[in-house]
Every structure is written in structure tokens, then in C-alpha cells.
Design a protein around this ligand. Structure first.
Ligand SMILES: Cc1cc2nc3c(=O)[nH]c(=O)nc-3n(C[C@H](O)[C@H](O)[C@H](O)COP(=O)(O)OP(=O)(O)OC[C@H]3O[C@@H](n4cnc5c(N)ncnc54)[C@H](O)[C@@H]3O)c2cc1C
Length: 430
């Protein structure tokens, strides 16, 4: 892909993508939607993250009566949480309120869904209420397989944080980094596939190294990985060498990187060949769909939820749509951008179903930016469409940043990352 085309593409997906996707959805005006179909239908959305908040917003724009259930008063994004660890951002910079959604007419209920009755079409809330729905959207993100590593548990995450759901865990890990002595080792235990944000662990290692280089330069970052390859690997490794010398070491599965046990008392991590002692240990456990999706029987043996790729309606329970990280979405990665894109397609499909209109053909976009340092950005971008085999890459569309690039090019990509964040969060919660 030529440089001009790629840059134009990134600008499109990062900046104007939201608006053009909306036009494509044909849900641009409430007035239009209100003329058609059963507009008294009620859609309940579970989870106010990237998928759920976007879906609620676009359903409302289509004139549909929508209730969003979310336990938090504000949402802290995982995207850019690695920069809080690196010290370039504060948690407030990545925290978003639900006020704009409320003001647009979405009924936002602060509660947790504890049960889904697929046959009776209702959800039970922790607060005691039961809500009826005509269609349900489930976007609860991920949960962890706590027992996948011996010695690790929810309680152990207070000593060895995962920080894979942003908020208190991010702040805890940041505090541990600040308290770490110069010369210590930061151990990052990477998760097996599939997991949310494929480049995320490696971006985290980069931003931790950025902080350590500037404040504790004798320290090391050790990544213990059960996998033998990772997203944007060559670009990350080139960047690490250039910016941090030998500070970051990656141990792949084939070299004994798979961790079988941790001990929070001794701060040790057991790999296949060695035991390692960390000053700070960040364990990112294996993942599943959000626990409510598992409890509702929406997941298959993979731990994630099979869906119709055109509508995101569950292949297990009709009338329930699963989007975002919890869904099995073919070639689409588990990313905030993908969740936002899926949410719009799902909102469009639900609006069509309610109005009795045909469901439009859909395509999806995703760009994942990663910063190796605040002025050194890299990205991977893709366009996807529904094929007979499910959601697949559109050949020739997207790609990764060039291996050889000037410092200015990397700096520009870092700026695009900031633009992407501003645009996607405004599209989701704004
Ligand atoms: C460190 C890190 C960096 C990342 N960087 C990027 C990036 O740069 N770009 C990118 O595109 N993606 C990135 N991601 C991935 C992105 O965060 C996820 O893919 C995205 O959040 C998925 O959206 P979702 O709606 O599925 O889940 P979430 O955004 O996690 O939202 C789930 C919501 O559901 C709520 N919920 C859960 N259970 C219930 C229940 N029972 N009742 C009610 N509510 C419930 C939760 O409280 C939560 O608010 C990153 C992830 C990590 C960990």
C-alpha cells in the first residue's frame, strides 16, 4: 500500500469514520425512523463500554426506546490506560461520563444484570428490578480465567495487578511502578489467544520502559509469553531496540515463556524452564466472554459467543445480540474500535428488524494504534466484510505501518493516535 493511500485511510478511519459509517447505516434521523414499524419496541443494552454505549446511542438515533444498564457511574477506557502507566496521561483523561447519552434520550440505569431470561425476554438487575425487552444487546467485555495460572486469583490481583480492565487496577500498577527501586525487574505475564487488544501487552511493555528509562534506567522489563508471535511484532521489536536498547526482553512460548504458577509472597513467577523474581509483576490472565454472557448460556466451548456476522444475533438464543469482546467476530480483533463498529452494524440490524425492513449489507473497520514512546506511534488497520465463512479481511485494504520510516512519520502516527482517541470516545460517549 502506498504511503499516501495508507495515510488517507488512517485519517478516514480515525477521524471521519464515525460520521460516514453513520450515513451508511441509514439511521441518520429520528424523524425518518419514527415513520416506520413497531417503534414502541424496547431494547435493553447490557454494558456501557465501547460496544454497549455506541449501540445504545445509535439505537436511540434510530428512534428506538433504549435502556442501558451499567454499574459504573463513569467509564474508564482501556485504550490509553497504558499511557497512564507510562505517566503521560492521567486517569481523568481517559474517564467518560454517561451524561451525553442520557441527554440524548437513552435511559441509563446504574445497576448490574444478574440474570437473563431468554425465553421470557427479561433481565434481572442486582437492585431487584426485572426489565422486559423486545431485543437485548449484550456487551459485557471480558472476564478472566482466574484458575489458569496456579497461585493467581482475584485476590492475588491486588498484589500482582492485571490492569486489563481500566480503573483502580491501572492506578495500583502505576503506584507499584512509582514505588519500584531502580534496578528492579518489571515482569509482564502475557495472555494466550484470544484476548482483548492483541497489541496491548506489547504497548504496555513499551510505555513501562519509557517510564523506567526516564526514572529508573537500571531496571528491566521482562515479557513472559505463552505465544511465539504477536501483533506488529517486528515494528515493536525495532522500536524497542532503537528507543530502549536491551531494556525489554521477550521470552516466547518456545523458549519457556509460558507461566504455570505465581507466588505473591515471594513475587516469583514460574516459567517452563526458569523461575523469575519481579519487583513488580503484571499478570494478564487468559480471558473469556463477560461472566453474564457465560451465565446466560450465550458462549460455546471456546468461552466466547457465536453470533450471526450480519446482525450479531446470538446463534444460541434468538432475540439476543452479543457485540464487542464477548462475541466471536471472525477476523475482527477484540478492540474498542471493532466493538464500536460492530455496535453500529448491530444497531442498524436491530432497527431494520423492528421496522420490518431488509437488513443492509455491512462492512467493518478497525485501526489499532500503539505508542512505543509518546512521539513514536505504529498502527495496524483493516477493513472487513461478511463472507460465507463469516467476517473476513477485505484483501488489500489496511495494513501495518512501514518497517522503514522516518522519525517524523512515527511522530505523525503518534499524533493520529491522539486524534483517533478523541474521535472514538466522542462517538461512543459524546
Ligand atoms: C491495555 C489495553 C489497551 C487497549 N487499547 C486499545 C486501543 O488502543 N484501541 C482499541 O480499539 N482497543 C483497545 N483496547 C481494547 C478495548 O478496551 C476493548 O476491546 C473494548 O473495551 C471492548 O468493548 P466491549 O464493549 O466489549 O467491553 P468494555 O468496553 O469493557 O465494556 C464492558 C462494560 O460492560 C459492563 N458490564 C459487564 N458485566 C455487566 C453486567 N452484568 N451488567 C451490566 N453491565 C455489565 C462493564 O462494567 C463495562 O462497562 C485495549 C484494551 C486494553 C486492556
Amino acid at each position: 500500500m502506498s504511503r499516501i493511500t495508507r495515510r488517507d485511510f488512517l485519517k478516514f478511519t480515525g477521524g471521519a469514520g464515525a460520521a460516514s459509517t453513520l450515513g451508511m447505516l441509514g439511521i441518520s434521523s429520528t424523524a425518518h425512523a419514527a415513520k416506520h414499524g413497531n417503534m414502541g419496541a424496547h431494547v435493553v443494552v447490557v454494558g456501557g463500554g465501547f460496544g454497549g454505549a455506541t449501540c445504545a446511542k445509535y439505537l436511540k438515533r434510530a428512534g428506538i426506546n433504549v435502556t442501558l444498564i451499567e454499574p459504573s457511574t463513569k467509564f474508564v477506557t482501556c485504550p490509553f490506560s497504558n499511557y497512564v502507566l507510562g505517566g503521560t496521561h492521567k486517569i481523568e483523561n481517559i474517564t467518560h461520563s454517561y451524561d451525553a447519552l442520557r441527554n440524548s434520550g437513552v435511559k441509563v440505569v446504574r445497576d448490574t444484570v444478574t440474570d437473563i431470561d431468554a425465553a421470557g425476554k427479561s433481565v434481572k438487575l442486582k437492585g431487584g428490578k426485572t426489565l422486559k425487552y423486545d431485543r437485548l444487546v449484550v456487551s459485557p467485555g471480558i472476564d478472566f480465567k482466574w484458575d489458569a495460572i496456579k497461585g493467581y486469583s482475584e485476590q492475588a490481583s491486588q498484589k500482582m495487578p492485571h490492569a486489563w480492565k481500566a480503573g483502580p487496577q491501572t492506578l495500583l500498577l502505576r503506584k507499584q511502578l512509582e514505588n519500584m527501586k531502580d534496578g528492579g525487574t518489571f515482569i509482564l505475564v502475557a495472555p494466550p489467544n484470544p484476548f482483548r487488544c492483541p497489541p496491548g501487552p506489547y504497548e504496555r511493555a513499551s510505555m513501562v520502559a519509557y517510564y523506567l528509562k526516564n526514572h529508573k534506567p537500571k531496571s528491566k522489563v521482562l515479557i513472559l509469553d505463552p505465544k511465539d508471535a504477536f501483533s506488529k511484532q517486528g515494528l515493536f521489536q525495532d522500536g524497542w531496540k532503537k528507543l530502549y536498547g536491551n531494556m525489554i526482553e521477550w521470552v516466547p512460548g518456545k523458549a519457556g515463556g509460558k507461566v504455570s504458577a505465581v507466588d505473591t509472597k515471594t513475587m516469583t513467577v514460574t516459567g517452563e524452564l526458569d523461575k523469575f523474581k519481579g519487583a513488580v509483576v503484571n499478570v494478564i490472565p487468559a480471558q473469556t466472554a463477560g461472566s453474564i454472557a457465560l451465565k446466560a448460556g450465550l458462549a460455546n466451548e471456546s468461552g466466547f459467543c457465536p453470533v450471526d456476522p450480519k446482525t450479531f444475533e446470538s446463534k444460541i438464543h434468538k432475540g439476543i445480540h452479543v457485540i464487542g469482546d464477548s462475541s466471536i467476530a471472525g477476523a475482527l480483533p477484540k478492540s474498542g474500535f471493532a466493538a464500536n463498529s460492530e455496535a453500529k452494524m448491530c444497531a442498524s440490524a436491530i432497527a431494520a428488524m423492528i421496522k420490518g425492513e431488509p437488513i443492509a449489507d455491512v462492512s467493518f473497520v478497525n485501526t489499532c494504534y500503539s505508542l512505543i514512546a509518546p512521539n513514536y506511534g505504529i498502527s495496524v488497520a483493516g477493513v472487513y466484510r461478511v463472507t460465507e465463512k463469516g467476517i473476513a479481511d477485505v484483501p488489500g485494504a489496511g495494513g501495518v505501518s512501514p518497517k522503514e520510516a522516518t522519525d517524523t512519520f512515527r511522530e505523525e502516527e503518534a499524533k493520529y493516535a491522539l486524534g483517533w482517541y478523541a474521535s472514538i470516545t466522542a462517538d461512543t460517549w459524546g
